[in-house]
Design a protein around this ligand. Structure first.
Ligand SMILES: C[S@@+](CC[C@H](N)C(=O)[O-])C[C@H]1O[C@@H](n2cnc3c(N)ncnc32)[C@H](O)[C@@H]1O
Length: 222
């Protein structure tokens, strides 16, 4: 996807601090498996902030993303911290690590960038790649987020393509609760969190907004 690839050339679009939720999820995995190190996949890793975290926490980090610039940035970032990870440029619908049994996988703010058929394919690939009892933590867009009239053109039910701004041309699929339950129908749901954030002032500058947005946070288990 050219647009994301272009965004990763610009430092201002690169999130550097990991999500605290991801740190806590890795601690949950550590408590669930006696193995050390664990094998953990950062699926759609972007510039690699969670890949770095996995490696810093002493685990075997694997990461994939469609953006070559994101993967290159991740590689350089790892090297400058003397850390290691196995990286692949890959579309979410192609399996980059078919021979690996992961204890856990993370996909933060990424899987919704597709049509629902492709998101289903991506989730099936993660399922295939996890060991029995392996867990997957995902954050996904919610139908409750933002103003529907600003989402762009609807190309299928709940999937929109923005026609301007930095995410021009990038599909966004918005999930309602049933959509989440359908997506993870094969999995055991460990945690399904409907985070609704209300911004009472409408005119905020999203490019400098430090606060969270409305979304689904999910942990599922194979
Ligand atoms: C909002 S960024 C999140 C990056 C990272 N997970 C993080 O939390 O920093 C979304 C990521 O999804 C990736 N992406 C979008 N479409 C993709 C696809 N079809 N296959 C693989 N990665 C994709 C983008 O390149 C981008 O890195």
């Amino acid at each position: 996807m050219a647009t994301w690839n272009e965004l990763f050339i610009n430092e201002k679009f690169i999130a550097t601090l990991p999500q605290p939720e991801v740190y806590k999820f890795i601690k949950v995995l550590e408590g669930s498996f006696p193995d050390k190190p664990l094998s953990i996949w950062d699926c759609c890793c972007g510039a690699g902030r969670h890949t770095i975290l996995i490696s810093q926490m002493g685990h075997k980090a694997y990461a994939s993303d469609i953006s070559e610039n994101g993967i290159n940035y991740t590689q350089k970032w790892l090297e400058s911290n003397e850390l290691m990870a196995t990286l692949k440029v890959a579309d979410m619908t192609n399996n980059p690590f078919p021979d690996t049994d992961f204890h856990g996988a993370i996909s933060w703010d990424a899987l919704h960038h597709n049509t629902i058929d492709n998101i289903n394919k991506a989730v099936d690939i993660v399922y295939e790649n996890l060991c029995a009892g392996g867990m997957f933590m995902v954050s996904l867009l919610s139908t409750k987020a933002g103003r529907p009239d600003l989402r762009g053109k609807e190309i299928e039910k709940n999937t929109f393509v923005r026609e301007d701004g930095p995410e021009k041309g990038v599909p966004h699929h918005y999930f309602d609760e049933q959509g989440i339950r359908d997506l993870f129908r094969k999995w055991k749901i460990i945690s399904l969190v409907d985070i609704v954030v209300t911004y009472t002032e409408v005119n905020i500058d999203h490019s400098i907004n430090p606060f969270p947005y409305t979304k689904w946070n999910v942990i599922v288990q194979k």
